[in-house]
Ligand binder design. Structure first.
Ligand code: NAP
Length: 246
């Protein structure tokens, strides 16, 4: 049974006019990196709630969420208006199976995200587990505009702490950007551009996590399947572990 905690918003970060982060404080909440909670606020017609992944590492004193404002959404426009000192409902316990415990070992780990799907990976990459288990980790973040590359500095900090082990590959689909590839993820994989740019193989010895846009997940899964990578199930371990965001 979910319990609701009243958290106090401590900070808001506006990456763009429709992409923002909220930090809130309730004290330390137990969870596994990659899991989500529900956020709730009181709207004009009652309480509105929706699931969001925790961006912060599990040992943090605050909880952090990366949110895109859905123009006709019920909750995200209200969340965007929150300011420090406001109250935010956070459900407990955190849940979800998009966690490294569910991912078998492999030669390398591809963490592939679109948009706000980068969130759970930031929590995982702040823990020791991916670096302990995988010789090479490749974080791929696809966004439409370069301004949407949230948490770039944090990610570059992780890369500096794990040189040669963690590779960060931004993808900016709608404009050229230095260091970024400029095509949708399935096209980049099919053309081997992504693998070449990252200097890593993507084959049945790889593990792949996919998070974000549901169509990106469907298309990428089908392509990977044709390359011999199978969905990871508890009874039949495979290569692909997914989290759809809407
Ligand atoms: P998005 O449209 O998912 O785009 C992010 C990146 O994913 C872009 O690089 C985009 O490429 C790429 N992409 C989109 N479809 C793809 C596909 N089929 N295969 C491969 N790559 C694909 O961006 P977003 O800002 O996260 O979400 C946009 C809209 O989704 C929101 O405005 C809202 O209507 C809806 N939505 C989002 C959420 C959320 O949590 N993020 C929740 C509910 C609804 P292109 O630039 O080529 O499109």
């Amino acid at each position: 049974m979910a319990q609701w905690l009243n958290a106090t918003v401590s900070e808001t970060i506006y990456w763009t006019s429709n992409l923002f982060s909220i930090k809130a404080k309730t004290g330390r909440l137990p969870f596994i990196a990659g899991q989500f909670v529900r956020l709730a606020v009181e709207g004009p017609e009652g309480r509105i709630q929706r699931a969001y992944s925790l961006v912060n590492p599990p040992d943090s004193e605050h909880q952090e969420f990366l949110i895109s404002t859905v123009a006709d959404g019920l909750l995200s426009p209200l969340l965007q208006q929150l300011t420090p000192g406001d109250t935010l409902g956070i459900s407990q316990p955190a849940t979800g199976f998009f966690i490294l415990d569910e991912v078998p070992d492999g030669d390398n780990l591809w963490l592939i995200a679109t948009g706000t799907g980068i969130g759970p990976y930031l929590s995982m990459l702040a823990t020791a587990e991916p670096y302990r288990r995988f010789a090479h980790i490749i974080l791929v973040h696809s966004v439409s505009r370069a301004a949407d590359l949230a948490y770039k500095d944090l990610i570059e900090g992780f890369v500096a702490q794990h040189p040669g082990q963690l590779h960060y590959q931004p993808v900016v689909t709608r404009e050229p950007h230095p260091g970024a590839l400029q095509d949708r993820i399935p096209n980049l994989i099919a053309s081997h551009q992504l693998q070449q740019q990252c200097g890593q193989l993507l084959n049945p010895k790889s593990q792949v996590m996919l998070c974000g846009n549901p169509q990106m997940i469907t298309d990428t899964k089908a392509l990977l399947d044709s390359m011999g990578l199978k969905k990871n199930l508890r009874r039949t371990p495979g290569n692909i572990t997914v989290e759809q965001y809407w």
